[in-house]
Design a protein around this ligand. Structure first.
Ligand code: NAD
Length: 308
């Protein structure tokens, strides 16, 4: 059975860091689906892409889109000035419907050698950049009572990865950011989801084996971004791993836990004695909100709340 095409006619989409890699693919996808696209990137186009041209990366992508009959404008601001990127969308197209926070950099280093500059650069682009761009978009979305946002996390943030303390911190920050926006935005029809992609790009060409990179075409991430940002999609506050055609949802799992007596018997040794129960996932739950606090009921049951 083939599904009906999910089009973006009349919609305006901003994609940050769209001069290459995943962002470029998203830009071409949205433009070919009917959207007007702001292609943001501050970088130069790679020489192999344009036979040594010094053209800016965003311009190369805009030219590609226009040659195929699509509508796009370039924007060269850093995401740290994300308000200007959103302003560019509103000035050119009168509105904004979808924001893809995609721009990113790496400054990988073992933690003992990580400098303040390495830390700050990564946090500023990924976290502060997404904050600045999203906050400007949020004002437009609130007025329209409509908006779709994608945050781009990484398995390096969700699970941790050697040499990526700065990047991992930034990427998991975006999950927390997205979770809150999803809750604040829901009543205004503003939905926010996060992807943790794997794809062949400039960012990954030197860190992944070539045979794996062949499977991880960035084109295989775009359909998920397209679905999650379509107005028919009701998913909100989700985190998805997307790689080479594989798509899966990731969620928190909490063990049932153990309630200790809150008298003098609550010692490290008592914790040690119950550690198996604390870390036992056989009767786990999957909380999605701050109020799903299973332990309050457990404490109430054990009368700790009323007696202490
Ligand atoms: P890429 O390096 O090919 O593209 C990133 C783009 O962001 C570049 O064109 C760069 O010029 C642009 N950029 C960097 N700093 C910017 C800034 N301050 N303002 C505007 N643009 C800026 O990387 P990619 O692999 O396409 O990654 C896209 C996103 O996906 C990033 O957020 C990355 O962290 C994330 N990600 C990628 C992978 C992967 O496997 N490729 C894995 C996990 C997460």
């Amino acid at each position: 059975m083939t599904s009906p095409t999910l089009r973006f006619d009349g919609k305006v989409v901003v994609i940050t860091g769209a001069g290459g890699g995943l962002g470029r693919v998203y830009a071409k996808f949205f433009a070919s689906s009917g959207a007007s696209v702001v292609v943001n990137d501050l970088g130069k186009a790679p020489a192999d892409n344009t036979e040594g041209t010094t053209q800016l990366a965003a311009d190369v992508v805009v030219d590609e889109i226009r040659r195929q009959g699509g509508t796009a404008v370039a924007n060269y601001d850093t995401v740290e000035n994300g308000d200007r990127i959103v302003q560019c969308a509103v000035e050119n197209f009168g509105r904004l419907d979808v924001l893809i926070n995609n721009a990113g950099i790496l400054r990988d280093r073992g933690f003992s050698r990580m400098s303040d500059a390495d830390w700050d650069a990564v946090l500023r682009v990924h976290v502060y950049g997404a904050y600045k761009t999203t906050q400007a978009a949020w004002k437009v979305f609130r007025k329209q009572k409509y908006g779709r946002i994608i945050m781009t996390s990484s398995a390096a943030g969700v699970y941790g990865n050697v040499g990526q303390a700065n990047y991992g911190a930034a990427k998991l920050a975006l999950v927390g950011f997205s979770n809150t926006l999803a809750k604040e935005g829901a009543k205004y029809n503003i939905y926010c989801n996060t992807i943790a992609p794997f794809a062949a790009s400039k960012m990954t060409e030197s860190v992944m084996p070539p045979e794996l990179l062949k499977l991880l075409k960035p084109e295989l991430v775009a359909p998920v971004v397209g679905f999650l940002t379509h107005e028919s999609c009701q998913e909100n506050g989700g985190l998805f791993e997307v790689a080479g055609g594989y798509v899966a949802k990731v969620r928190w799992e909490r063990s049932q836990g153990h309630v200790f007596k809150t008298d003098d018997s609550f010692t490290p040794a008592a914790v040690h004695a119950q550690w198996k129960a604390v870390t036992d996932f056989s009767q786990s739950n999957f909380p999605e909100t701050i109020t799903e606090v299973d332990w309050i009921q457990q404490l109430e049951r054990s009368k700790h709340l009323t007696t202490n």
